[in-house]
Each structure stands twice: as C-alpha cells, then as structure tokens.
Design a protein around this ligand. Structure first.
Ligand code: A5P
Length: 234
C-alpha cells in the first residue's frame, strides 16, 4: 500500500466501526458488499463473539455471504425475515442530500432490495466518495440488466443522452454476470442535476432490473477522514 491508500483503508475501517456500534442483540442485519462493507462484516463477527449477541444477517452478494460465514455470522434469508432492523453498506458516490451511486462491485440489485427492506440504512465510506453532484468526474450509473435486453437497453440509454458500456470481467473473458445471472451496463451521464428523475427514467426501461442510483434511501452516512469520522444524517 502506498501512503495514500493507507489512510483511505484506515478511514474505511473507522467508518465501519461506527456503523457496527448501531447493532443490538436480536437484530436482523443486511450485510453490504464491497471493500468497506467487508470491514463492517469483520467487526460484526468480532462484536457477536465479544458481546454474545444473537444476530441473523442477510448478505447482499456472494462476497458478503462468504465473509459472513468466515466471520461466524449466522445467515438468514429475506423469505424468513423480510423486515430488517439495519443494513450497512458502502457507496461509490455520495451527495449532500445523501443520495448515492452504488454498484461498482456489481451487487446493486440485492443491495437496493435489502436497503429497502431495512428500518435503517447506514452508509460507510471514506471521504473521497463525497461529491457535489452525482455523476461528476465521469462516474457512471451502474445498471443491472437482463442479458436478453442488453442491446435495446443500451440504445435507450443513448436516447436519453447517456453513454453505455457493457461491463467486462477481469479474470474472465466477456461480460461479468451478476449473482442474479444478469449483466451490468455502466451508463455515463456527466453531472446528474436531477438524480430522482433520472432514476425514474432508467427504471422504466424494460430489461433494467435495478439502477445504482439510491435516492433518499440512506439514513446515516459515516465518512471516514484522516483522523476523524464525520456523521451525516438525513
Ligand atoms: C457494490 O456493488 C457496491 O455498491 C459497493 O457498495 C460500492 O461499490 C462501494 O465499494 P467499496 O467500499 O469497495 O468502495
């Protein structure tokens, strides 16, 4: 790790610790995906052991599932527990209204379902994820799309002024396939002035399963900085 990555990893860990402080005995918890959520899963495992908590967790991806097992966190499903007490997840961009872009790890559909099933949704990130306007710095909006529809969805994205790219895998040739058997299209729109409107338009395209725009979903955001963690609330 170079010194820059070093402080970012520490900031992510500190934010994760703050989120896990919200966990209480008998909670049903949604486990997010990505490198920051992974720190929260590890801390949750430690907390369960230390405080002898009875917790059940719904993972949002195969990654979160494997990490939960590794860290001794009992798993449940949304079928058994369709209402969660808390979900903790990372984000790729966060604006001042706490709207988010998520999905660079390809897990956005389950992440959004779990967040919407949860009474409280806490986001953890390092402060480099904070932006003035979602979509700035050419950041795309990831979309989970049914493979059959990928070409027609891409055309429709171009029709509303976006630039779509089918996400390719690393460690595998061809497109990446999500945990739900779908593809990811990264759609770039430049700075997004009206994210709620864009979310509605994208959601109405047949074949789009979910979008990475999370509008008015986060209740709390913990932003890790070099020495502190900033708490932002709705
Ligand atoms: C997974 O699909 C994403 O939504 C992640 O939550 C997001 O990409 C943040 O990941 P990192 O914590 O690894 O930056």
């Amino acid at each position: 790790l170079n010194p820059k990555q070093d402080w970012i990893e520490e900031a992510k860990k500190k934010a994760a610790l703050r989120a896990v402080e919200h966990v209480k005995d008998k909670f049903i918890i949604g486990l997010g995906s990505g490198s920051t959520a992974a720190y929260a899963i590890e801390e949750l495992g430690r907390k369960i052991k230390r405080d002898q908590l009875h917790i059940l967790a719904v993972p949002t991806s195969y990654q979160a599932f494997m990490l939960a097992i590794k860290n001794g966190i009992p798993i449940t499903t949304l079928d058994e527990n369709p209402v969660l007490d808390l979900a903790i997840d990372g984000a790729d961009q966060i604006d001042k209204e706490l709207n988010l872009i998520k999905g660079m790890g390809g897990a956005l559909a389950r992440e959004k379902i779990v967040a919407s099933a949860s009474k409280k949704f806490i986001i953890i990130a390092d402060e480099t994820k904070k932006v003035k306007v979602l979509g700035e710095k050419h950041h795309p909006v990831p979309l989970e799309v049914i493979p059959f529809a990928s070409k027609s969805v891409m055309l429709k994205i171009e029709g509303i002024g976006g630039t779509p790219t089918l996400r390719e895998g690393t460690g595998k040739v061809g497109p990446i396939i999500t945990d739900n058997g779908n593809v990811i299209i990264d759609a770039e729109f430049g700075s997004i002035q009206e994210p709620a409107k864009l979310e509605d338009r994208l959601d109405s395209i047949p074949g789009v399963v979910e979008t990475g725009l999370f509008i008015e979903m986060a209740d709390i955001v913990y932003l890790g900085a070099r020495s502190t963690v900033k708490k932002c609330e709705k």
